[in-house]
Ligand binder design. Structure first.
Ligand code: AMP
Length: 600
């Protein structure tokens, strides 16, 4: 089968002007960095615990708390009312020590699981770091999950401790507590001296916690974090990550996010999603920068105010948020002083070329897309500050990461012969994106699902489940999740390129594209479209958008059907749930919807 011509290649390259940068990029010469890179050098740069062993929390906090950076703001929380709460590296070291000490006094052992069900509050950050210091395993859950997804994950992960709020406990856990015999302790962050039945008052216990002493010296392969994946295509899985992952957080923070010691950095992701932990907590702290945390949900005006008032220099956000800002118009951005901003990056979903370019208009910088997954634990493919950007491309693999495109057979399965995968060498040929196994932040298992884990690997490669192509200069282009790709009259169509073309129409704010069965073509493309403010759904507009897409994509690839929708179904981390669009369009069971954003 032949892949259709990607719409994204029509966008001109954004040439990099290095002289315009206010700091020297960490990665100046990509080829040289790849040729000289070694993970052992990165490990050496971090150094590990002075008395031997490794611990993510030491690299993130105590290493700085013992240095001249001790007094620098590690975390700067923007509270609901706009006030600021700052915690220095020294204070964060103390907070997390106390939390670790509390775990010890509760009898929590190394390797046991501590879960959080919290918004982006200071207690969450203390709990992550304190848990790691004690050698226990941390698993953050989205506070917006309903009772059943919470119960399911606490059970699957064998949670011994849960840190949450009174309201969340009452609404989501209390009634199901008897079904969770392994859950020994529930710590309420807002008990105010009066915990609920069978819960403990975190603040009171922390206040009297004795000093912790030496941080747990872990082995690099010891489990540190458990992340349930967003499950855009099926049942959530618990991806296991180890302490050595910090080596990758460090290297990728340096190369992909270009973190420098004086940066004020803001990652908008919630720690319930892997980005919010790897790059909202670990990577920036390891680099000793100041990290901004907004405790509230997204709001264009609030976000611009935070960027301006906090003088954010490096901003890591997501396509769904950027599309919402674009919908609100560049003038909103320009009304604020965003002159401190020097680098904007995005992850989580395909980033439409139009949004990459809009970044220049709104912020004076193009958006730098990068790609990774819960399973990869860290950024794998990226657009670097020093590189030309090809709008629509995810960029090039990180130094230390070997990526490839694996051929697929007619059923869509990767071609494996005698234990070897068949790699595609021709440029611009679509196949499954694969990564040579063995980087430090690679997941080490799906909890209790050995067979499912094993199936992700073939011939020494990790198969990502995403379809992509690589151009002749080594830039990778996302085509779609393997399961989302549409097969129409012999063409393989990636939903992303169709969605991106639809978004170029003046009236379209966002689009989700699926294949629906057709007796002649096998499948035809169906689009669901959210309109920009000021546009009304009508038959005339529907025809106009379809006509517009046909001109750009050709009749074989353009949507045959188009439906207007007030809100596309999305995961809480902002990914369009095409699986759900399809189930709804075809009247099929909706399957697992635990990660679905409320009201979608
Ligand atoms: P998760 O494990 O929930 O973070 O989801 C990972 C998936 O999100 C990837 O396998 C991709 O399908 C998608 N994804 C993440 N980043 C990008 C990106 N930059 N471009 C396209 N898709 C992305």
């Amino acid at each position: 089968m032949e892949a259709s011509t990607p719409a994204s290649t029509r966008w001109p390259v954004i040439a990099k002007d290095v002289t315009a940068d206010t700091v020297t990029p960490n990665l100046l010469d990509y080829d040289r960095a790849c040729a000289t890179f070694s993970w052992d050098d990165e490990r050496l740069a971090l150094g590990g615990l002075p008395e031997g062993g490794v611990n993510i929390a030491y690299e993130a906090v105590d290493r700085h708390a013992k240095s001249e950076r001790a007094g620098r703001d590690a975390l700067r929380f923007v509270r609901a009312d706009g006030s600021i709460l700052s915690r220095s590296y020294a204070a964060l070291a103390d907070d997390s020590d106390r939390f670790a000490s509390l775990l010890r006094s509760l009898g929590v052992q190394r390797g046991e699981r501590v879960f959080s069900l919290l918004g982006r509050s200071p207690a969450l950050y203390t709990a992550v770091l304190g848990t790691l210091k004690h050698g226990a395993v941390f698993c953050p859950l989205f506070s917006a999950f309903g009772p059943e997804p919470v119960r399911q994950r606490l059970e699957l992960g064998a949670a011994s401790v849960l840190v949450t709020t009174r309201t969340l406990y009452r609404r989501k856990v209390a009634a199901l507590r008897s079904e969770l015999p392994a859950l020994r302790h529930v710590l309420l962050i807002d008990a105010d001296g009066e915990p609920e039945r069978d819960t403990l008052d975190l603040e009171a216990l922390i206040a009297e916690a004795p000093p912790y002493g030496a941080i747990a010296a872990m082995q690099p392969e010891d489990m540190a974090l458990l992340h349930f994946t967003s499950g855009t295509t099926g049942r959530p899985k618990g991806a296991v990550h180890v302490h050595d992952a910090v080596t990758a957080h460090y290297a990728t923070g340096r190369f992909a996010l270009d973190l420098h010691p004086d940066d004020v950095y803001w990652c908008t992701a919630d720690p319930g999603w892997v980005t919010g932990t790897s790059y909202g907590i670990i990577a920036p702290l390891v680099h000793g920068v100041t990290t901004v945390v907004d405790e509230e949900d997204m709001d264009a005006e609030r976000w611009y105010r935070i960027l301006a008032e906090q003088k954010v220099t490096v901003w890591y956000t997501a396509p769904t948020a950027l599309r919402m800002l674009m919908k609100a118009g560049a003038a909103r951005a320009k009304a604020h002083d965003l002159s401190s901003l020097r680098f904007v990056a995005s992850v989580g979903e395909p980033l439409n070329p139009e949004v990459v370019v809009w970044g220049q208009e709104a912020f004076g910088h193009p958006i730098h897309d990068n790609w990774w997954q819960t399973e990869t634990g860290g950024i794998m493919i990226s657009n670097y500050l020093s590189m030309d950007i090809r709008p629509g491309s995810m960029g090039r693999p990180l130094p230390g990461i070997e990526a490839a495109i694996v051929a697929r057979d007619d059923t869509g399965a990767p071609v494996v012969r005698a234990g070897h995968v068949e790699l595609v060498s021709d440029p611009d040929t679509m196949g499954e994106l694969a990564l040579r196994a063995g980087w430090p932040s690679m997941f080490r298992g799906y909890l209790n699902e050995e067979e499912r884990y094993r199936k992700c690997f073939a011939g020494g490669w990790y198969l990502t489940g995403d379809l992509a192509r690589r151009d002749e200069d080594g830039y990778y282009w996302f085509v779609g999740r393997g399961d989302d790709v549409i097969k129409s009259s012999g063409h393989l169509i990636g939903p992303f390129e169709v969605e991106s073309s639809l978004m170029e129409h003046d009236a379209v704010a966002e689009a989700g594209v699926i294949g629906v069965p057709d007796s002649v073509a096998g499948e035809v493309v169906k689009a669901f479209v959210e309109l920009k403010p000021g546009f009304e759904a009508s038959d005339a507009l529907r025809l106009d958008i379809i006509g517009f897409a046909r001109k750009r994509l050709g009749a074989a690839v353009a949507p045959r059907e188009l439906e207007f929708t007030p809100a596309l179904p999305k995961t809480r981390s902002g990914k369009i749930l095409r699986r759900l669009l399809k189930a709804r369009a075809l009247g099929l069971p909706e399957g697992d919807t635990s990660t679905l954003e409320a009201g979608r």
